[in-house]
Write a protein that binds this ligand. Structure first.
Ligand code: NAG
Ligand code: NAG
Ligand code: NAG
Ligand code: NAG
Ligand code: NAG
Ligand code: NAG
Length: 844
């Protein structure tokens, strides 16, 4: 009877699942085809229409004349004898004076412009010696003093906002201009979206993307064959990557059937067809004993333009989820740290792409795109890439070819040297500069209070940035706009009034956190977005310092497992940071003291894995290693779907290139502090690892790191738990809610990781990468148990994902203090300090 129920439930479930599936399938099938509202294909200089092997038909020149505003001689050239790959190259139209094609645009938005050139042989015109300029839409320079040598196809993507798109051809001096074929075709809106991250500095968002125009430099179907326009969803051409692979021996092709590839909701084959995702290159010798190398592709790029790099990924190599993690480097910089396709796509063979914006100063020659395994002792060593697109972005004078704009302005301006130097300083010296200025500022707090805000010290620095982006601008314009346009990495600017409104005039009921720095309020922005608003107390010197540190850190960091900055406000001497709101608050609240529903072991593991990912990224992902310095369960926040994110970078420290540690005064929180750091006053990333070890024990035992209410030997969790571990009795002190719901092997792996983290000497502790690996393994062990349970059918005592009963916890647990300052008070009074000189510790 019971089984029958189960079957009925299962089949209902399956039916719903099928229904859902069929919905998704039909959605993707619909977006699969795109009927361009504008679709002009012109075979210039030809007297009859031409159908290509890919079945696209180019209309003849007699029809094309209706688009052509040209009053010179009509010159059609044709060379029927030539052996050419496509018939459109057999004819050309030659202009001996300025000529403009004008196409009616039925729907504004993205359009492809493709120009086909081949200097047809002719006695009167030596087309291979022509030199001409092509300008689209009055201001966009497509080609400048251009001389086509053989068959050349130029492809552009531009957002047309006018009712007509004009394309003007004009010869230089006495040279004629010519063209063999023109395509002007609408592209769907999704082809380029508004929000794109900079490659460097990490986390900087690029604004105004829809105003940029692009020229395709490279589009590669990595690991697969050429895909012609007839086989692409949007008539694009995808080349093979073979000749860019250096060395080819490092790589191996892999492919699956294209019909296996699926797309995420919101994704679409219009981004790239399944055939692109169905083939990839993986590490050539991924299973040998020396698997630590990158697979590298080399490109030639002119470093006077920015570029948009689009990387396509699809895990077609893994047998199961969470097997594949790898790093992606662009231009020698880490572009995606520990890319985990299983997590981002939640499945295998699911298409995923990532866009990156590369500033000219980041463009080197040769330009490298690399994928390689994480530098971790364990785990699968492989890395893949399925497709690459490299699009040149117009320069500041709206040119895609040469330094001059349509109006003759030069992109380099009169003082290229200075501008470049400022740009360079911005890239590499900015944060050092910030630090220096911050020191000066701190010495004169009165000045600071009189002067209006932190923008006064950000301004001189970022002004360089602004002039770098728009290098023709000589003056900064108004102070405010220069500042705003230059702080993209800091999120958007919010006015004090807006924030006052959002927090109901700093309503004390909206306070969701209190820190040394000031209060944190829950706010609701006008568009309904919930945010956490951290309002600084300018009287607090420590606050000012932490505020600066946090700003510096957040401006260069962005990661799924780090809480991100939405904006800031510096009006009226305020120091306000606005973050994404984390619905479920600190992880600690879900472990003890708040009476919240118990979270399962699997959920706890997932949270720890998320936090470990965030820390791993801090240690290895950015240009310099960053030590968080205040890892604890209250600084791990959970969003609405319990995704864990590291927060509070007020104490974080940069470790300079090549340095192993920084010497610094000891700061941190009691109970989490690395004893070695305390002894030597030298901070390393292993100090975070120690603190994380304490967090792991907290998760397992559901009690605070320091609990002064307990008998003396139990106060310090790390000491106490390790004592029980040595006795082999750790399972006696774990969270009673976990008893019987935790796979013993999973727990062993977890405890092993915690114990290693808590090693006395930093060198003996694992890296965050290793910890991550262990936790993932622990999660697998837990999952495995569940699968076996499922196949057994009788059920077992192990947990499932159904909500558990409310917490039962009979152990004496005092309400933990949330305020770090209180921790110190408790510590001072209880006299059970773990360290000898609590006075040295800086009130955290
Ligand atoms: C094209 O540009 C206009 C004006 O900047 C903008 O409103 C529009 O959203 C852009 N179109 C697309 C598809 O991005
Ligand atoms: C990989 O595939 C490409 C395109 O099909 C092919 O040219 C190349 O030879 C293949 N490489 C190897 C190592 O098989
Ligand atoms: C499209 O792909 C099929 C199968 O690979 C191939 O036979 C055909 O030539 C391709 N067509 C074009 C226009 O590239
Ligand atoms: C992979 O490439 C990156 C960037 O060029 C480099 O920093 C890293 O050391 C390389 N890894 C290996 C194992 O060579
Ligand atoms: C490209 O041109 C547009 C329009 O002139 C301009 O707004 C944009 O800033 C240019 N892009 C860059 C990167 O300078
Ligand atoms: C299911 O597991 C239980 C407990 O481990 C065992 O006694 C039982 O024989 C198993 N049943 C099946 C069908 O495997």
């Amino acid at each position: 009877m019971k089984n029958l129920n189960k079957i009925i439930i299962t089949s209902t479930f399956m039916a719903i699942l099928l229904l859902l599936l069929s919905i998704t399938v039909s959605v993707s099938a619909k977006s699969d085809t795109f009927k361009p509202p504008d679709n002009y294909l012109i075979d210039c200089g030809s007297s009859s229409q031409t159908t290509l092997p890919d079945r696209r038909t180019f209309s003849s020149d007699s029809t094309s004349s209706q688009y052509l505003q040209y009053h010179g001689r009509q010159i059609n050239l044709a060379d029927q004898s030539a052996d050419l790959p496509l018939p459109i190259y057999k004819s050309a139209k030659v202009f001996d004076s300025k000529a403009t094609y004008s196409f009616h645009v039925s729907k504004t938005g993205w359009h492809w412009i493709r120009l086909h050139f081949f200097p047809v042989k002719n006695k009167e015109f030596k087309l291979q010696e022509t030199k001409f300029t092509v300008i689209a839409g009055e201001t966009l320079v497509l080609l400048h003093e251009y001389t086509p040598k053989g068959i050349e196809i130029r492809e552009y993507l531009t957002n047309v906002t006018t009712p007509n798109l004009n394309i003007m051809f004009s010869g230089e001096k006495d040279s004629p201009a010519f063209v063999n074929a023109i395509e002007v075709v609408s592209a769907p809106d999704m082809v380029i979206t508004e929000h794109i991250d900079a490659l460097f500095p990490v986390g900087k968002k690029i604004d105004g993307i829809t105003k940029f125009s692009f020229q395709k430099m490279y589009r590669l179907n990595v690991g697969g064959a050429v895909i012609g326009p007839g086989n692409d969803t949007l008539g694009r051409n995808w080349d093979s990557d073979q000749k860019f692979l250096k060395p080819q021996s490092a790589a191996k092709n892999i492919s699956i059937a294209p019909n296996v590839v699926t797309y995420l909701e919101g994704g679409s084959p219009l981004i790239a067809p399944p055939t692109v995702y169905a083939s990839a290159v993986e590490m050539g010798t991924s299973d040998t004993i020396a698997p630590n190398f990158n697979v590298t592709w080399q490109f030639d790029l002119d470093h006077s333009y920015p570029y948009l790099i689009r990387l396509h990924f699809c895990d077609i190599v893994s047998k199961s989820l969470n097997e594949l993690y790898f790093n992606v480097y662009v231009g020698g910089k880490i572009a995606i740290s520990a890319l985990d396709l299983s997590t981002v796509t939640n499945g295998l063979s699911v298409a995923y792409y990532k866009d990156l914006f590369v500033e000219p100063s980041m463009v080197s020659s040769p330009f490298l795109i690399q994928v390689g395994p994480l530098n971790e002792p364990m785990g699968t060593k492989n890395a893949i890439l399925n497709g690459v697109e490299i699009l040149r972005v117009n320069n500041s004078v709206n040119s895609l070819d040469g330094e001059f704009g349509a109006d003759g302005r030069s992109a380099t301006g009169p003082s290229r040297g200075t501008v470049a130097a400022v740009g360079f300083a911005m890239m590499f010296g900015a944060f050092a500069g910030l630090g220096a200025m911050a020191v000066k500022w701190q010495k004169r707090p009165q000045d600071w209070q009189k002067k209006n805000s932190f923008s006064s010290w950000l301004l001189p620095l970022h002004a360089g940035d602004a002039s770098f982006l728009a290098s023709t601008k000589t003056s900064l314009g108004s102070k405010k706009s220069a500042f705003h346009s230059s702080t993209m990495g800091l999120g958007r600017y919010l006015s004090f009034a807006e924030l006052q409104e959002a927090t109901k005039i700093w309503d004390s009921n909206s306070v969701i956190g209190v820190g040394g720095f000031g209060n944190v309020y829950l706010g609701v922005l006008e568009d309904g977005t919930k945010v956490a608003v951290k309002r600084g107390n300018p009287q607090s010197e420590q606050g000012i310092h932490e505020f600066q540190t946090e700003l510096q850190m957040l401006s260069k960091l962005r990661h799924r497992h780090l809480v991100s900055l939405i904006g800031y406000c510096d009006e009226n001497a305020e120091m306000i940071l606005v973050y994404e709101y984390m619905e479920h608050g600190p992880m600690r609240d879900h472990l003890y003291g708040k009476g919240l529903p118990v979270i399962s072991w699997k959920q706890r593991l997932e949270i720890c894995i998320g936090a470990a990912r965030g820390l791993h990224y801090l240690h290895t992902g950015a240009a310099t290693a960053i030590i968080h310095r205040d890892v604890k369960s209250t600084n791990i926040l959970l969003d609405e779907s319990f995704v864990a994110k590291m927060a509070d970078f007020g104490l974080s420290k940069d470790v300079g290139m090549g340095e192993a540690h920084v010497s610094t005064a000891v700061k941190g929180s009691f109970g989490y502090l690395d004893p070695e750091y305390f002894r030597k006053q030298q901070l390393t990333d292993k100090s975070d690892v120690y603190s994380f070890g304490v967090v792991l024990l907290e998760v397992l035992c559901a009690r605070p790191a320091i609990d002064p209410a307990l008998p003396r030997e139990q106060v310090n969790l790390a000491e106490w738990a390790m004592k029980w571990k040595r006795k082999g009795l750790l399972d006696k002190i774990i969270d009673p809610n976990l008893v019987g719901r935790i796979n013993p092997e999973s727990m062993d792996k977890f405890v092993e990781a915690a114990e290693k983290c808590l090693s006395n000497y930093g060198v003996d502790r694992p890296t965050m990468g290793d910890v991550l690996w262990n936790l993932e393994y622990a999660l697998q062990l837990q999952d495995q148990e569940k699968t076996e349970e499922g196949s057994n059918g009788t059920g077992s005592t192990l947990e499932n994902d159904a909500p558990l009963a409310p917490a039962v916890d009979n152990r004496p647990v005092t309400t933990p203090s949330q305020n770090p300052a209180e921790v110190q008070v408790i510590e001072d009074h209880s006299g059970t300090a773990m360290f000898a000189h609590p006075a040295n510790l800086n009130g955290r």
